[in-house]
Design a protein around this ligand. Structure first.
Ligand SMILES: [Mn+2]
Length: 365
């Protein structure tokens, strides 16, 4: 038996960080959802599990609702949907208002367990009832009954020690002692296997990146249950790939930096570029200009400038203080040294760059 596990599509998310592209990305997520349904049919999966946050909120657009319902109805297999923290099963839940086809089971306050006799399978899940719940999504999730297979869905944060007291905490022990064959996790946006002891468990992650740093999203989890074994594989379904690229700007001009980036770009990239290193005094690097140039070659681009001015190069002999340029450098040096925070320092460095370039008669963009 094969199960297709997805989560965190957050349909109709605003994606304000993408600006005008937000609309395209919302459309992309709807298309990717349709592609996942098509994959389920094509590859003979026996069930689709959606482990929370199918919608970004309980107020998606009517056309999105219609499209989701139409898609689910077209499937010949059962679908289990778990409300997450973005689309919780509260009074205003979208899952109370929507008319789902008969092949869909919504795990709500009345349904925490559903058996599928034809598949010899029982599915367990606690819906997220409130956006800010601190309850464990694995509370009372234990394999009971006599079906051959037991699978749970849980939408929350695996307690790994990184975050203290997270919302919706799921402990490794709860997974290990659940008696499940598989736990379909949701809430985290990257694919990750968190199997514990005999219990296989994985986050499918979002099938498309929902932010620039989500470099491990783009997959579904494919779960095969045969004889006494459970196999979990990640399968790429997303069109867009989040990618991070570090560029050392030392000794390079803006044009050279742009060329280095352009050599590595692909059209489907949601690309975050981090500029590192030290650039020479008088070299102007304009991150926004680089970002705009790169953006026309990729799906979306963002440049973060973490480079700094190479201050050691400024010897007093080269720029004597009785000259205007020397005076300027000396005074900006002091400002950089005395800056209260990173923003102030980077602003002073930028002013130094532009000032020196102008005083040396260079073109400033
Ligand atoms: Mn979530």
């Amino acid at each position: 038996m094969k199960l297709l596990h997805t989560s965190d599509l957050q349909l109709d998310a605003p994606f304000t960080f993408l600006g005008v592209l937000g609309q395209d990305h919302r459309e992309q997520l709807r298309e990717t959802f349709a592609a996942i349904l098509a994959l389920a049919e094509r590859e003979d999966y026996q069930m689709l599990l959606i482990a929370g946050d199918l919608f970004d909120s309980n107020r998606p657009m009517q056309r999105t609702i219609d499209q989701v319902v139409r898609g689910l109805r077209s499937l010949s297999i059962p679908v289990c949907i778990l409300p997450g923290n973005h689309d919780p099963y509260n009074k205003k839940s979208i899952y109370r208002k929507m008319n789902f086809p008969a092949n869909v089971t919504i795990f709500g306050d009345a349904v925490q367990r559903m058996s599928f006799p034809k598949l010899d399978l029982t599915v367990y899940a606690n819906a997220i009832l409130r956006m800010d719940s601190y309850e464990s999504p694995m509370e009372n999730i234990k394999a009971t009954g006599d079906s051959r297979w037991h699978v749970a869905m849980a939408h929350g944060n695996l307690v790994t020690g990184v975050v203290k007291d997270p919302k919706r905490p799921i402990s490794e022990q709860e997974i290990a002692e659940s008696g499940m064959d598989y736990v379909a996790l949701g809430d985290w946006h990257g694919y990750a296997d968190y199997s514990q002891g005999d219990v296989r468990a994985a986050y499918s992650g979002s099938p498309e990146p929902l932010a620039f740093d989500q470099t491990s999203s783009g997959y579904i989890a494919s779960v095969t249950l045969v004889d006494h074994s459970v196999k979990v594989e990640k399968i790429a379904v997303g069109r867009i790939r989040a990618h991070q690229l570090e560029v050392d700007v030392s000794g390079k001009t803006q044009a050279e930096i742009t060329d280095i980036i352009l050599e590595q770009v692909q059209p489907e990239m949601m690309l975050e570029i981090v500029l590192k290193g030290l650039h020479e005094v008088g070299t102007i690097i304009d991150p926004l200009h680089i970002q705009e140039t790169i953006a026309t070659h990729v799906y979306a681009a963002r440049v973060r400038d973490q480079s700094h001015v190479q201050l050691e190069d400024l010897s007093a002999a080269d720029y004597p203080e009785e000259h205007v340029i020397g005076k300027f450098i000396h005074s900006m040096h002091a400002r950089i040294r005395l800056a209260q925070d990173d923003v102030e320092r980077s602003r002073a460095e930028h002013a130094l760059q532009i000032g020196v370039a102008l005083l040396e008669g260079k073109d400033v963009i």
